[in-house]
Design a protein around this ligand. Structure first.
Ligand code: NAG
Ligand code: CA
Length: 237
């Protein structure tokens, strides 16, 4: 009996210590390369940090961990600092993964960034940056971004590299006023933006209020609010 107990205990202990939880969507893919795009659970900060995320397994060879997604206007993105820090929304639809998660993901693995977008007539474009990382909260979740591959969307983001993140209740932009309040979003702003992915969902062209929409100006100019945009990262091979 003692012999059997010992025999059965060993595999249990081994499987606990071997338990490898996926950090991101590239781990999910590497566990099983046939997995489709969809919602999965990842652990960006360790065993107690389970969070649902949408994995894009198709675009440019897949393995992308989506940290921002707009697609139908169902989620309000005008939110305070604490919610941008911890995340909000629904991984099957519109959501923000949370700056603390993105900080940990980009600290643990060198990452690239893909942003793809779509207008209301089905035109699509993207832009890709070869290096993307977000610093710690103690430094305002500062953005670092380099290297661009233009997939038609153009570069509306490089100029905010080096900026801290801002929300309506935490102004860390370089403008005398509050970019997050003025342009109804939380984002990395300077004075203020050429792109406003977390802006107000406005269903297309609308110039009635200046630059508050889900804009990507190097593709659509000012006053066009996109149908869909998503920001996603994956480890650099
Ligand atoms: C979609 O692309 C076509 C062809 O380039 C262009 O004529 C049209 O204006 C675009 N649609 C929008 C909403 O920008
Ligand atoms: Ca300011």
């Amino acid at each position: 009996m003692k012999l059997f107990l010992g025999f059965f205990l060993i595999p249990v202990v081994t499987s606990c210590s071997d338990l490898s939880l996926p950090l991101d969507c590239s781990d999910i893919y590497n566990q099983d390369t046939s997995r489709p795009s969809g919602v999965y659970t990842i652990y960006p900060i360790g065993t107690t940090s389970a969070v649902q995320v949408y994995c894009d397994m198709e675009s440019l060879e897949g393995k992308w961990t989506v940290f921002q997604r707009r697609m139908d206007g169902s989620v309000n993105f005008y939110r305070p600092w604490n919610q941008y820090k911890l995340g909000f929304g629904n991984a099957a639809g519109e959501y923000w993964l949370g700056l603390e998660n993105v900080f940990h993901l980009t600290q643990r693995k060198k990452s690239e960034l893909l942003i793809d977008m779509e207008d209301f007539e089905g035109n699509k474009s993207y832009v890709r940056y070869t290096s993307f990382c977000v610093g710690p909260e103690s430094d305002g979740y500062r953005l670092h971004l380099t290297g661009i591959t233009n997939g038609g969307a153009g570069d509306s983001l490089s100029h905010i590299s080096g900026q801290k993140f801002s929300t309506f209740d935490k102004d860390q932009d370089t403008w005398e006023k509050n970019c997050a309040q003025t342009f109804i979003a939380g984002f990395w702003f300077s004075d203020c933006h050429s792109a406003n992915p977390n802006g107000v969902y406005r269903w297309g062209a609308d110039n009635s209020l200046y630059a508050i929409g889900v804009e990507w100006t190097s593709w659509k100019g000012r006053g066009y609010s996109l149908k869909a945009i998503s920001m996603k990262i994956r480890p650099v091979q």
